[in-house]
Design a protein around this ligand. Sequence first.
Ligand SMILES: NC(=O)c1ccc[n+]([C@@H]2O[C@H](COP(=O)([O-])OP(=O)(O)OC[C@H]3O[C@@H](n4cnc5c(N)ncnc54)[C@H](O)[C@@H]3O)[C@@H](O)[C@H]2O)c1
Length: 440
Amino acid sequence: MKRIDAQDKLARKLGVLIVGLNGAVSTTFVAGVMAIRKGVAEPVGSLAQMGRIDNGRSNGDGEPIREFVPLASLDNLVFGGWDIRDENCYESAISAGVLNKEDLRRVQTELEQIKPMRGVFDRNYVKNLAGSWTKNTQDKSLIVNKLRQDIRDFKARNKLEDVVVIWLASTEVHKPVLRIHERLEDFEKAIEGNHADISPCMLYAYAAIAENTPFINGAPNLGPDIPALIDYSRRKGVPIAGKDMKTGQTLLKTAIAPMLKARMLGLRGWYSINILGNGDGCVLDDPQSFKAKQESKLSVLDGILKPGQHSALYGNFHHKVCIDYYPPSGDNKESWDNIDIFGWLGYPMQIKIDFLCRDSILAAPIVLDLALFMDLARRCGLSGVQEWLSFYFKSPMGSSEHDLFAQLRNLNDALRSMKTIISSAEEESGSRLMSNEMRL
Ligand SMILES: NC(=O)c1ccc[n+]([C@@H]2O[C@H](COP(=O)([O-])OP(=O)(O)OC[C@H]3O[C@@H](n4cnc5c(N)ncnc54)[C@H](O)[C@@H]3O)[C@@H](O)[C@H]2O)c1
């Protein structure tokens, strides 16, 4: 249901419930928002905060996105969530080692107040972790009820109307879509029957949708990306999006591949390797969890280069992706790419990239944008898979578009459509107000 009106111009709070609240990405995101609120940092990397959009009437400079559409203000974000370890966000941010101690001390008091609710954990889905702070039942129907109650309690405690839920927890093992994931009725029966193929991420997603709350999946595991939950989100009028945030190597890949294609340069092979030493790297050291990540990293090149249409250039390239867990690197991931290309008369050339990046520093602004845009989408009455948010994902739900620049165009088009919805809602409420005044 559409809920955009003049009220949106007033301060409204937005709850951000994070699954995996104590992880590296989550704590970097929350600490970052707090630092920005205090005026000691800028929201670098956030399109929603720093980007501009062509509004069709300016002198070509565009208008700041955050003025073009009514996004929640950073001052009004309220954080909470679930984790399977019982620590406050300050302790976790210190142990994640992404932000330095001096930066964290500036927001220590605020971070110490944020503590996780008990998580839903199943070791069969994450082999390299053990959960100690979990809901004390394995009954999936009961778990759904508890998660729904958590969302309601969080809203009531913080006097919130609007909440989004985002999965930033560890990557679950790779699983195919099965019959029980196809129809909502079968999926609900499988929850009641405690079926082993209903993962924790699916339970969080189901609970969020049941509570009319947008759900975002930042990891590569299936979660809401099954027909039953897509159908449920449409029926409930709730937007969902995912999956696997596009941060480092894949971000580069989806910017470079369109360039090769634009110049009709051929590709013989693309070898990508990452070394990372954070908690995510440890989880991905398990081959089943890595498979989920690999699937999402591999899908992008075919989508951009379209070998079927350009067989002479892209009909036979070799694409390989590896991730190695190397603890000394911590969160400072290093990714190497060796790209074998060919040009005029088939002469070979190579591109070598060594990207010394910081995983969570690249992911945090994506989390912010996704939370703000999904909240906007819900208030504009959008439901089901939000393909226009593909810009942020390695393996975007509902879309085979991987070209970063095409994805950005789609995102801007969607914002312009939402602007139209907002303007007509404002006009409607303006004329309602006027006619009320005339009656008085
Ligand atoms: N950092 C990036 O660039 C990036 C990019 C794309 C996707 N991701 C994904 O984001 C996720 C988070 O990455 P990270 O580096 O913060 O990992 P992390 O290991 O630091 O954090 C994961 C957190 O999730 C918690 N957790 C695990 N299972 C849970 C469950 N069932 N319920 C509640 N909490 C649970 C863990 O205790 C931990 O605190 C991973 O799935 C990763 O693949 C990260």
